[in-house]
Design a protein around this ligand. Structure first.
Ligand SMILES: Nc1ncnc2c1ncn2[C@@H]1O[C@H](COP(=O)(O)OP(=O)(O)OP(=O)(O)O)[C@@H](O)[C@H]1O
Length: 279
């Protein structure tokens, strides 16, 4: 594997935390969904954010990335207050998988290459190094043989791997992945777990929203559980107990079933993969 994905933080014990939330509060219509959350994520750590549906996991991820404004508190990225942070090329965001947003049809390679736009100098064309980074990102997620296919031809799990390759192609060292395993079949989960393991081993910071640790159990160093917008556990990952420990237990989840047919719009067209931030 190339050294290009190597994070800097994991090798430097003096590095400032990748993410810091200080008493972060977010309310929608007056109802707090993040209720004074304080959290430091050291550079180089692989951390899972767990919790029941609606507990505020996605809101916390969006808040640390500045997508959702805080009502109170503060966020720092790599030691810099969010409002002054400019080094967005360091951050790779893997959003939840499918939306009905208006993306254009695109090949796998085009989607992955779109992850480099923020990192390239304005108006410059992709360099040989950029193209090489796309090749390596595709290789990292095991999709190099699908690079010229339309993303619409891929399964949901493969599309999720495309989104991760897209984040890798920008060469960040800090990743936020919102439910990368949701609606992904077992084979693609294993492929994703291998990629995330590689990132952790190479010193990147990886923050993942998960419903269960599953195939990532061996790579998660720390788990933070939210409930009703507050941190109720922070430490070694808790093993599931009771009903959740039962073999075959299925978390109640609003995301698509991996075996369900591809979602279609009112005209019968398959809903396309959104390409956020590809401007
Ligand atoms: N844009 C919004 N406007 C109003 N309410 C919102 C908005 N986004 C989220 N919420 C509400 O905030 C609460 C927390 O939502 P959030 O998506 O952060 O939870 P979550 O833990 O990620 O849930 P899930 O596991 O279902 O993805 C929920 O009650 C949700 O309905």
């Amino acid at each position: 594997m190339s050294a290009q994905f190597t994070g800097t933080g994991g090798q430097n014990p003096d590095a400032r935390p990748a993410f810091q939330a200080v008493d972060a509060t977010v309310a929608y219509d007056g109802t707090p969904v993040l209720d004074g959350v304080s959290l430091d994520v050291p550079a180089g750590q692989t951390l899972a954010v767990l919790g029941p549906n609606g507990s505020g996991k996605s809101t916390l991820m969006r808040a640390v990335l500045g997508i959702v404004p805080l009502n109170a508190g503060e966020i720092l990225l790599h030691g810099t207050p969010l409002r002054r942070f400019r080094d967005w090329r360091r951050i790779g965001y893997v959003p939840q998988r499918l939306t009905a947003g208006g993306a254009v049809p695109a090949t796998v390679r085009e989607i992955v290459a779109s992850g480099q736009v923020a990192a390239r100098r304005r108006l410059s064309l992709p360099s040989r190094k950029d193209r090489q980074a796309v090749d390596e990102a595709l290789q990292a997620v095991g999709l190099e043989d699908r690079s010229d296919d339309s993303v619409r031809e891929l399964s949901g799990g493969q599309q999720q791997r495309v989104l991760i390759a897209r984040a890798l192609a920008g060469r960040p060292d800090t990743f936020v992945m919102d439910e990368p395993m949701a609606g992904v079949d077992a084979e693609n989960q294993q492929a994703l777990a291998a990629t995330i393991t590689m990132l952790g081993e190479q010193g990147s910071t990886v923050v993942l929203v998960l419903h269960e640790l599953g195939p990532l159990e061996h790579v998660i160093q720390r788990a933070v559980s939210l409930d009703q917008g507050r941190i109720v556990h922070d430490g070694v990952p808790l093993r599931p107990t009771g009903e959740c420990a039962r073999p075959g237990h299925e978390h109640q989840h609003p995301h698509p079933d991996p075996n369900a047919p591809a979602p279609r719009d009112a005209n019968g067209e398959i809903i396309r993969l959104e390409v956020p931030g590809s401007d």
